[in-house]
Design a protein around this ligand. Structure first.
Ligand code: ADP
Ligand code: MG
Length: 841
């Protein structure tokens, strides 16, 4: 058994088993069949309208028109199809990245794989905070308990063991087995996978219970309401139009055709598409920069974060501990430290094979000073492990019927157990403060000799032996990142289990805003929620905090109106991560439970990555807003043209074909061009967006209306002027279409940035997508105007060169005038960037 354990499965065996048993997955989201998806596309209103138009043309006997409509149906269907397929691919890739990790032994090596890659026979190594990935039988355990409430309903964790009591065997839930979906609470365990996927107990249940669907993000909700409202307005307008036109021409079919044309113009089908594309692609890009989004909604929340509440050790600091000085009755620099007794005690008081960098650092300097193997004569009788609540640990050794107790921890957790008078205690506290004020983490170290063995450190009477001062410098770039946050109106709050003086020294070094005060865990305990709420507004450091306090801190910050991003790694952090607006789990140090609870996983555990994702969050939101504005603007001329012509019984400029054609340009324009736009240069100089602020603020609505009407006028007025002069309608239509398309291309270039001038595109690196789509639009209109075959389909006719130039000039002017407003806005220094933060009511 032991040998098996060391080797694990070979890659070849894994492949065979995978073919036999499939992936270790329990998902209820059945993959929709392609046919179902295909039918789904046809449920979209746009297609129904296109099909409706085709039918009407058929009734009218216009076979050619009907065919053209059907060709367009094919076109639009394939675009929708490709887009959905791409989005799904991104989302799946994201899902795969966020799948839980599990440590296994394969080919004799410890490797980390995704839990869905497990096969029966795999040897897994589980530790505290892991979600059990499959049904397993236990090979080795150490103090391992599991919360099985998800299956059994029992809240009490169950201790697991290898022994096979007959009694145990009668129970359904066995003590020597682990069940998929349950949660390890403490200890470590090695186990062999027996059943995976739907064969597990959890899988059997999951088959019955349907999984909760991914919720819509707040933005998606807002958009849905907007779409619904627009749809209602559209419907009313269409009916009005149908009735009104019927009065003119008494031709019901023609009236309906006019109504359908208008409906096609109004349907805001791009909105939801833009959102899903922007958010999922945004999440995908963030993942490549080490910020993994577990909930898509986090992408949009990130941009409005006002507080980043982060753990000190390992996120802000390097967690690269180094012993700098020691106090053993007198304060000595580590280079002058020689005390053998204390060095030996350090070895006694540390974990035997530690992972914690602090333990490693202490062992390192002790080993450099101790040559003997004295410690080998002792047997470790009991280890009382460190935890962040007690803030101390002990190793108890037995020798000759007596026990030797070696303890280390925070001074608050130990000094009261030490034999010493008040004067000595004061002296030591002064020393602690002195070391802490240099930014050192101070560890108190004690020991004693005892006849009795107690499980509780409180029961021993200890001898104070010394203080160890460890340095853990801030990571590179943290100071700059915090400065950037300040500019961006984001407050950084540091949370740590360390002593307040140490925390304040570090806070000072990295430039926190309120760095001269720290609220301690004790103070939090003595405060009411209201008091805490008041205090959190002007303090950036929380010291001597246990995970339980984090929850209260998040709640207090949220109650005072902040949007809180909070980091965490342990099992106990999970509740606070859930409550935070953006819970951020550490990718390297974090437990699986913390990751599950989080909205986002920080793959490199680095504070600067959080700040850059906030910036990305803001950019993504900005781009969504720009795309939305663009869609609204471009729809105004389309809607007005298809409404006014029939309403006033004027010759129709836009026929259904033209509207579909325009949609074919608009769609990729917003979902490709605007998605890829760079961040505004001043994006981190503004305060965070108020999440309650509407997507379309008053100023933006104003912009939309002005730009839209200008485009409408540029197409409408010349057209009717020409028609009144007796020019052929097809000729005038050619002119109007050129104006519209040119105006659209310029609009994209104008609206891509609120601050950058349009001519900047010649200076910076060209976005290939933008160039391609804009050129295609221009080439298309050129072909439509000059190719006789297309003339027939689109009811156009060739323009003379002067007229073509005139149309181009009118088109350019109708959009480019907004640049003047941008320049005025930028020169005024005041923020007329139409981004609304000052226009809150
Ligand atoms: P942080 O939130 O900064 O990671 P911890 O909870 O890890 O803080 O540690 C809090 C305090 O507990 C430290 O300041 C130190 O006094 C004590 N401590 C930390 N690690 C150990 C350890 N391995 N052994 C003894 N004491 C420790
Ligand atoms: Mg720690």
């Amino acid at each position: 058994m032991k040998d098996d354990c060391m080797r694990g499965l070979s890659s070849k065996e894994v492949l065979e088993l995978r073919n036999k048993y499939g992936l270790n997955e329990v998902t209820n989201n059945e993959k929709a069949s392609p046919i179902k998806k295909f039918i789904g596309v046809f449920k979209e209103p746009m297609f129904l309208l296109l099909l409706g138009t085709a039918t009407i043309y058929l009734i009218l006997g216009d076979i050619k028109e009907a065919l053209i409509m059907l060709i367009f149906v094919g076109f639009v269907a394939s675009i929708t199809f490709i887009q959905e397929w791409k989005t799904e691919k991104t989302l799946n890739a994201l899902k795969e990245l966020t799948a839980p990790d599990v440590k296994v032994i394969r080919d004799g090596k410890k490797v980390i794989i995704k839990s869905f890659e497990l096969v029966p026979g795999d040897i897994v190594i589980l530790s505290e905070g892991d979600r059990i990935p499959a049904d397993c039988s236990i090979l080795e355990v150490s103090n391992f308990s599991v919360d099985e409430s998800i299956l059994t309903g029992e809240a009490e964790p169950v201790f697991k063991n290898i022994s096979k009591d007959v009694q145990d065997n009668e129970e359904y839930w066995k003590k020597d087995k682990l069940y998929a979906g349950t949660l390890s609470v403490v200890g470590t365990c090695t186990a062999k996978v027996e059943l995976t996927g739907y064969n597990t107990e959890y899988g059997k249940i999951a088959k019955i219970i349907s999984e909760t669907k991914e919720e819509l993000t707040p933005l998606q909700n807002k958009i849905q309401t907007l779409v619904k409202n627009l749809a209602i307005v559209g419907l009313i307008l269409c009916i009005t139009l149908i009735i009104a036109t019927y009065f003119y021409n008494h031709d019901i079919i023609k009236s309906i055709l006019a109504g359908i044309t208008l409906a096609m113009a109004i349907i805001p089908e791009e909105f939801p598409v833009v959102l899903t594309v922007f958010l999922s692609l945004g999440a995908f890009r963030l993942a490549r920069k080490n910020a993994l989004m577990r909930k898509i909604s986090a992408v949009e929340t990130l941009g409005s974060a006002t507080i980043l509440a982060v753990d000190k050790t390992g996120t802000i600091t390097k967690n690269d501990m180094e012993v700098k000085s020691v106090f053993d009755g007198k304060y000595v620099d580590i280079n002058d430290f020689k005390d053998e007794y204390l060095s030996r005690l350090m070895l006694f008081a540390c974990e035997k094979d530690p992972y914690d960098p602090m333990e490693k650092a202490i062992i390192k300097i002790a080993n450099e000073r101790i040559k003997d193997t004295f410690i080998k004569n002792f047997d470790l009788e009991l280890n009382i492990p460190f935890n962040s609540e007690t803030k101390r640990m002990a190793n108890i050794y037995s020798r000759d019927d007596r026990f030797y107790v070696a303890v280390k921890g925070s001074h608050e957790a130990l000094l009261h157990l030490c034999k010493m008078n008040e004067l000595e205690k004061q002296r030591i506290l002064k020393e602690v403060d002195f070391m802490a004020s240099k930014g050192l983490r101070v560890i108190t170290i004690c020991d004693c000799d005892s006849k009795e063995l107690y499980q509780d450190i409180e029961k021993y009477e200890l001898n104070f032996r010394g203080l160890i001062g460890l340095q853990d410098p801030p990571k590179e770039g943290v100071k700059e990142a915090i400065k950037l946050c300040k500019q961006a109106g984001i407050r950084v709050v540091m949370i740590t289990g360390d002593y307040n003086k140490t925390a304040m020294a570090i806070g000072n070094e990295i430039g926190l805003q309120f760095k001269d005060r720290a609220i301690t865990g004790n103070e939090i305990d003595n405060m009411s929620d209201e008091e805490l709420c008041k205090e959190v507004t002007n303090c950036d450091i929380f010291s001597r905090v246990i995970p339980g306090h984090k929850m209260r801190i998040v709640k207090a910050l949220k109650a005072s109106g902040e949007i809180v991003a909070m980091t965490g790694d342990g099992v106990n952090d999970a509740p606070a991560l859930k409550v935070a607006d953006i819970g951020i789990a550490m990718g390297k140090r974090g437990t699986e439970v913390a990751k599950e609870a989080a909205h986002m996983v920080l793959m490199d555990d680095n504070f600067t990555t959080i700040v850059s994702s906030v910036k990305d969050g803001r950019r993504i939101f900005d781009n969504i807003r720009k795309a939305m504005v663009y869609i609204m603007v471009i729809h105004i001329p389309i809607i007005c043209l298809s409404l006014f012509s029939p309403l006033f019984n004027l010759p129709q400029i836009l026929l259904p074909v033209h509207i579909v054609l325009l949609e074919l340009i608009i769609d990729p324009t917003c979902s490709i061009i605007f998605e890829g736009e760079e961040a505004e240069p001043n994006i981190m100089d503004k305060p965070p967006r108020d999440p309650k602020e509407p997507l379309l603020t008053k100023m933006l609505t104003f912009k939309v209306i002005l730009q839209g009407i200008s485009m409408f006028a540029a197409a409408f007025i010349p057209f009717h002027y020409m028609v009144d002069l007796g020019v052929d309608v097809d000729y005038a239509r050619s002119f109007a279409l050129v104006v519209l398309i040119v105006s659209n291309v310029i609009l994209v270039l104008v609206n891509r940035s609120n601050t950058q001038c349009i001519f900047n595109i010649f200076k910076e690196k060209q976005s290939k997508a933008r160039l391609l789509i804009n050129s295609l639009a221009l080439i298309m209109i050129f072909l439509i105007v000059y190719i006789p075959f297309l003339n027939e389909i689109f009811r156009t006719s060739g323009l003379e060169i002067e007229m073509l130039l005139l149309a181009i000039v009118i088109g350019v002017i109708s959009s480019i005038w907004w640049e003047v407003i941008k320049i005025i806005g930028n020169n005024k220094k005041t923020d007329i960037r139409f981004n609304a933060s000052e226009f809150k009511q």
